[in-house]
Design a binder for this molecule. Sequence first.
Ligand SMILES: [Zn+2]
Length: 403
Amino acid sequence: MIRINPERFLADLDALRRIGGCGTGVVRRALTLEDMEGRRWLAQRMAESGLRPEWDPVGNIFGIAPEAGGSILIGSHADTQPEGGWLDGAYGVICGLEIARAAQECGIGGVSVVAFSDEEGHFQPLMGSRYWTGELSLADIDGNKDSRGRTLGAVRAELPELRDARQVPASLFSAFIEPHIEQGPVLDTSGEEIAVVTAIVGMRHVELVFTGDQNHAGTTPMALRRDALQAFVRYASELDPLFRPDAGSAVWTFGQVDLHPNAVSIVPGRVRALLQIRDGSTEHLEAMARTAIDLAVRLGAEGPCPIQANLLSGLEPALLDEGLILALSEAAADHGRPGCRHMLSGALHDASPIARILPAAMLFTPSINGKSHSFDEDTRLEHLVLGCEIVAAAAYRYRRRTD
Ligand SMILES: [Zn+2]
């Protein structure tokens, strides 16, 4: 077995927290001074642990196990949101570092670590992992600008580690495990300490345009109005009961609604609303999008406002690997958590693109009060250690089974 050192693991997590630390939180936007300081520190820790640090052109940093054959890659991202928590990403990276180091110490080896670049979208969401899996090329992303208007290409050119770096081949690895905090309230609310993720949600976006008759809000009698906002309100309230009975773990949101002209004395002439649906099943996503479009057709025909519905670009769910899910579940049982929860990830993670090229899995630990993307983000230390121990045990089981 791979026996981790909990004190060293927590000390490293704390050391990374101090780089870009801001009160209880952390600010390390991708490829800024703070982020690069964190990555250089990680590269040094990797080398000290008997791993070979390898940078790639977008700042992904790998600590590669020296043993021949495909090692198990464990990690996450090291960058943060503009006001980030200390565990989002960092937890998975330091778990990977500790497990790879412990595997070297006990002579088993075969575990590598990665800190992906720019998961949080400073230049583009999931940039590092999507570049690594070949979904994005440098030509696709070099023109992307950060919040200060600097392009990725210009930033890369100034960083010596990135300038001459090459792609790290995925063929070096046999599987990927991403330990991560849940970033939601499910585990904290239920008092559970761990969950195995079965899939990362996909999405559908439906654009809805309600066309009314813009007019004077004082002189237009109610019976003669065609109010685009009222049509939207009716649509949203009729959609909800259609979705709810078979919703399962799906979620849906009208996160963006634009009202025209949005003035107190004008009957609204137009509403554009974006409906987002997330779920772990492609069939279910498609059925729900169809329901939303059918309702628009029906209510638009009833009037008084025509409704246009357009299906925009979507994202397919990422199914995680059954062999790794089993290894994590068995490892959890060995650590006194038999029958631990299996759940969807409603947030995207680096494991989403990676699951398309390697067997991939995720383990969640609870987020206190469900908080993340906030300086208030936190997890009990014993849960952080438990998650790391379970991933170490699962990596060992998986290797033995597949060797
Ligand atoms: Zn994250």
